[in-house]
Design a protein around this ligand. Structure first.
Ligand SMILES: [Zn+2]
Length: 355
């Protein structure tokens, strides 16, 4: 079986390149999981478990405080961009940004940091880039929640070296208006459901989205129409219109709070929540988190998109995002990572977690 040499694991840049060179499109992570598992098992200070293509490695030093580092092993489909290519200070290739450079930092630390300040949990998982039901971290959070137990967690998704704390929640809802069909030539005999949706649209236009600062990070909410459907034919007064809205909510609201807010905004209208995912509080008040931010030397900012940090938050573990990749380059054919950011990230994490 192919293995990673000690020299490769010791160099986070070489390790990034080696991980990129193992194709691991979502659903096809067996091979990369085997390779990462072998590297973890080769380190005597880690207790390693595997469930499908999810790996857990833990130190058990009895240090009283536990920090989790997590990264997904899969990528979006490759686009003629594997193997990796290095040109000066830049490494090109599928997954260089999202997120094999981040996953490499976790694997590099897991194997080389035998004497950390906190007990450490490393989670490597599959199927992040596809539907949530197949997401390995989602599965483990339901079937083995004890794997995610920690005082604080870092997800090494691309943030371009910034600390992005927590994440906002997201909720989709449909607002349905109804009417009465009639011939458009005798419209007074009917009632127009599309016109009725104007009331909901007016409320959206008037809506002032909240901004809230939590642990020094400003979260900015948004409530927007994202789709509208209605109409029967060119000569029929429509009897139904469905307006889909997406609410991005700050992590001080639970999903229940977010739903209550939506129902208040659309009071009197027919609202159905179709999908939702909770946010994650930044958790920067935790001393371990504050030390981490200090080690990075840059202020934390709010994560506005939704990420898997919410799965840790749902397990009661505050979590933030920190990785060397540029999120704007994720999933692109010309995906790349700046090599100095990999080295800076490795040094910062070692400064924080080492003794
Ligand atoms: Zn990712």
């Amino acid at each position: 079986m192919e293995t990673l040499s000690a020299a490769t694991v010791a160099d986070p840049v070489e390790l990034t390149r080696a991980l990129v060179d193992i194709e691991s499109v979502s659903g096809d992570e067996e091979r990369i999981t085997d390779v990462v598992e072998a590297a973890l098992r080769g380190a005597g200070h880690l207790a390693v478990e595997r469930d499908g293509n999810v790996l857990l490695a833990r130190t058990e030093l009895g240090l009283g405080k536990r920090v989790a580092l997590a990264g997904h092993l899969d990528t979006v489909p490759i686009a003629d961009n594997v193997p990796a290519r290095i040109d000066g200070d830049v490494m090109w290739g599928c997954g260089t940004s999202d997120m094999k450079s981040g996953t490499a930092l976790a694997l590099h630390l897991a194997v080389t940091l035998a004497d950390p300040r906190y007990d450490l949990t490393y989670v490597f998982y599959d199927c992040e880039e596809i539907e949530a039901e197949r997401n390995g971290l989602n599965r483990i959070s339901r079937t083995r929640p004890e794997w995610l137990a920690a005082d604080f967690a870092i997800l090494l998704e691309p943030t371009y070296g910034e600390v992005e704390a927590g994440c906002q929640g997201t909720m989709r809802a449909s607002i349905t208006t109804t009417g009465v069909r009639a011939h458009a030539a005798r419209s007074w005999l009917g009632s127009n459901a599309i016109h009725a949706a104007g009331d909901a649209l007016d409320r959206l236009r008037r809506y002032e989205a909240r901004r809230v600062t939590i642990d020094g990070c400003e979260y900015r909410e948004g409530l927007n129409a994202v789709r509208i459907a209605g109409g029967v034919a060119g000569n029929v007064i429509p009897d139904e219109c469905v307006l889909d809205v997406n609410f991005r909510f700050a992590p001080d609201r639970s999903e229940a709070d977010a739903e209550a807010h939506l129902r208040e905004v659309f009071d009197g209208l027919d609202v159905t929540v179709t999908d939702s995912a909770p946010g994650a509080l930044p958790g920067l008040a935790d001393p371990a988190a504050a030390e981490f931010v200090a080690a990075i030397g840059r202020p934390a900012r709010a994560k506005l998109g939704w990420t898997d940090v919410a799965r840790f938050a749902a397990a009661g573990v505050p979590a933030l995002n920190y990785g060397p990749g540029d999120p704007n380059l994720a999933h692109k054919k010309d995906e790349r990572v700046e090599i100095p950011r990999i080295r800076t990230g490795a040094a910062a994490l070692r400064r924080w977690l080492g003794r």
